[in-house]
Design a protein around this ligand. Sequence first.
Ligand SMILES: *[C@@H]1O[C@H](CO)[C@@H](O)[C@H](O)[C@H]1NC(C)=O
Ligand SMILES: *[C@@H]1O[C@H](CO)[C@@H](O)[C@H](O)[C@H]1NC(C)=O
Ligand SMILES: *[C@@H]1O[C@H](CO)[C@@H](O)[C@H](O)[C@H]1NC(C)=O
Length: 435
Amino acid sequence: MKNPGHAVLLSVFLCQIYITSAQDCPSKQELQNSLHQAQKLLSAQESSYLQSLRTLKKKLSLLQDSVVQLPAKPRNLTCPALDTPAHGRKLGKVLFPGHEAHFLCDAGYELLGSETRQCRDSLSWSGQQPVCREIDECLSSPCANAGTCTDEVNGFSCVCPKGWAGPACQSPTPTFLVTVMNSPAVTAAPAFTRPARCSAVQGTTVCSCEPGFSVSGRDSSVCTDIDECKLFHNGPAGRLCLHTCVNTAGGYRCSCPAGYNLTRDGRNCKDIDECSSRQNDCTREQICVNTYGGFQCVKVECPNTRDATYAKTSAVRCERNPCPAGSRSCSQAPNSVSFHYLSLVSNLSAPRVVFRMSASRMIGDSLRFAVSGGRSRRHFSMQRLDRQTGELLLTGPVQGPQTLELELEMSELERRELLGRYVTKLKIFVSQYEF
Ligand SMILES: *[C@@H]1O[C@H](CO)[C@@H](O)[C@H](O)[C@H]1NC(C)=O
Ligand SMILES: *[C@@H]1O[C@H](CO)[C@@H](O)[C@H](O)[C@H]1NC(C)=O
Ligand SMILES: *[C@@H]1O[C@H](CO)[C@@H](O)[C@H](O)[C@H]1NC(C)=O
């Protein structure tokens, strides 16, 4: 027994129950002393227990407090959600590290800040939150003749001073008409000149013309057409036509190259989709690819090499036939060859992503993406979007008309061992014009 108190109590207890011989038991005085000592021990024990109970209680309440302060959920393993800029769009919803978000602005707005932001390993986004700012079309002073410009979304409007009219205050308006006098007869006047209407105002002769004409001639009696095309050929905001401007008597009209239709506003050109409108002459074995300003008829033919043969499994895909047993060169040939056709406009701003390739299902533990060939490979580079997706980046503007060809390869690996190769042959038709 470790506790001396217990020994004393036990001996008192034994003496009370089995009194065999008086000599074996202590005297009354000794017993009283022992009991007194036991009592003292007991109260010491008691206060020590109470002390440790109090400490325990304190510890418990501290623990309780810290549990309350713990965050409700485990720490985020994602970057914070990004705002979509007003008047713009956000592409990319995945918030895990390595993923990107791209931002675009609506027509008439320009992007300030980062076009692309990446979720970093530190769980914060690279770059700055972009905003879409309205483009001030008035900066290029598109209103002629001291007109007042008002900026509007995707355009501008002009308030013209007295004497001028038209969308850009380009046409003089007749202002004084008091009494019409005899105009000099202009016989066989060319369409672009007309006699002016002249009036006498307080003794002086004042001549005026219809909108689109200006007063000219030695005596200001002739109206000459204003060449709006010449007047507005500078500056994108002041440009009247996307393609060609044709001056007409008193006005102008726009025209588009073959393969385009004039849009309803009469100023822009829209590509005609010859493939959907049956304005193409592609045969049934060919695929019609609409391009900006035209179309192409392409034919997909599966490669047949010494090493491997291929079978067409869809209009744009060939898959390798089973390999002869033990043929290493066959089993290392691409498992599939796919064909893709893209149409781009000339002088497209770059860098920009033009194509994505990804694995629909994955057997190995990693994928590798590469530009593996083609005569136009110098214009492109491959980058990874996520574990399963590679993006083809156009690295600089390309001038059309021309056709770019390149070959992309995705390889699937398991512990660095090649499991399969998937080739995509890409043909990109670049238009002659920037639209
Ligand atoms: C964790 O992510 C959620 C959802 O994106 C977000 O609402 C929350 O504010 C994030 N919490 C922290 C501590 O970043
Ligand atoms: C293009 O414009 C012409 C003339 O307005 C019209 O006949 C034709 O249907 C248009 N084509 C397309 C593809 O919109
Ligand atoms: C290509 O575009 C840029 C910017 O829009 C322009 O400055 C340049 O003149 C264009 N180049 C050609 C050849 O049209």
